[in-house]
Ligand binder design. Sequence first.
Ligand code: NDP
Ligand code: HSE
Length: 441
Amino acid sequence: MTDDRRLRVALLGAGSVGSQVAALLLTHQDELADRAGVALDLVGIAVRDVDAPRDADLPRELFTTDAEGLIVGADIVIELMGGIEPAREYIALALNSGADVVTGNKALVATHGSELFDVADQVGATVSYEAAVAGAIPIIRPLRDSLAGDRVQRIMGIVNGTTNYILDRMDREGSDFDVVLADAQRLGYAEADPTGDVEGFDAAQKAAILASLAFHTAVPVDAVHREGITAIDKTVMDAARGAGYVIKLLAVCERLEGAAESPTGEAISVRVAPALVPRDHPLASVHGANNAVFVQAEAAGNLMFYGAGAGGVQTASAVLGDVVSAARRHIAGGVGVGESTRANLPVLPIGRVTTRYQITLDVSDEPGVLSTVAGILAEGRVSIATALQTVITEANGESGTARLVIGTHRALEQDLSDTVDRLAASGVVDRIVSVLRVEGD
Ligand code: NDP
Ligand code: HSE
């Protein structure tokens, strides 16, 4: 049944996502009213330049540069401007004015989420952010609501489409990083300055959000260990392929046991890095700019969420889902779903993580070298699971160097990294080609 009130919806931003949200709010008005149980009136759209061209055909009279005037008096405020300020200030104003807030702003949620959730709690409103992680894919609500009765053990996510596009093409076509990055920029996946994507900053923000929800712990973004993909070249790709893996930039959030600093022994690790994924793992078949989040929960087992991680209209779907929920709550009253930080688990540094690794080395092809390498690994408490040696022959037919690809059993990251330092200083290693974690086996 539809309530006879009408809710005033204010939109901040009409870029790639905001313009599509506005268009859907206007064209699907009746359906949205039916689902929300109340009519949703888009009362205005705040932008910087009211005359700028828009991706969708939207009524000019809705546009304003007076964001604050629009916010005060709104029942639901949708923030799709991006950035920290003035988005943070506007969201705080909206909450303090009695509105529920919907945002897709991962940078803001990852860095100032706790502060905004506290304001929302104090005033009895909600901040929803389904679009902030993996665009169109429902993952925030599944973690917060659907899995609320379960215990999440690990999340492995491909949460950045740009880097997945780059790595996928490097893997499938044998292309070079720079060539594929230029294509990604031309196609609009990567920005002119690709740092946020290729150095893992974007994925780290999303990892912090996912880990906070999954482990009921406020995870600051600077607690996320982050490595980008710029060191992945054709040689590293070939070594991965040869060993039966594909390289993906993964956001890994996992529950760890046995931590002395935690009263229960439980702690978490949150990391973003290029990792080797076995070719038969569901994440290995995530191609192009798609995203996927693989969740392992104690009772539910393995779950995979897959789809478009970006795109204006795709992301608008996630935003509108939040708008409908916010509208229902606004009408029904009662407290919203606040942030759960009850577990407050310590986030361990990367040195305390245990995984399998693949180490690729170029060594002198001389008697005793393999045994020296094996000895250094043994001293460092790193156990060899597999080893493959190939003699490298130069174009002039000469050799003298061998490539060693060593797969390890599970080892402590600190031991592994100390061992790699010793290998580099050993005199028998010409070059450490790559050291990658194996995830998901
Ligand atoms: P755009 O850069 O395309 O659009 C930003 C919009 O905000 C523009 O309309 C701009 O106005 C407006 N704006 C910026 N600053 C101000 C300001 N100070 N006052 C008023 N208006 C302002 O961003 P997107 O649509 O791509 O992204 C929006 C949000 O959604 C971001 O937080 C992003 O991280 C998130 N997101 C985006 C995805 C995507 O695929 N694009 C996917 C998932 C999340 P004007 O047009 O006049 O310059
Ligand atoms: N730059 C992001 C990506 C956009 O490549 O996935 C969505 O957050």
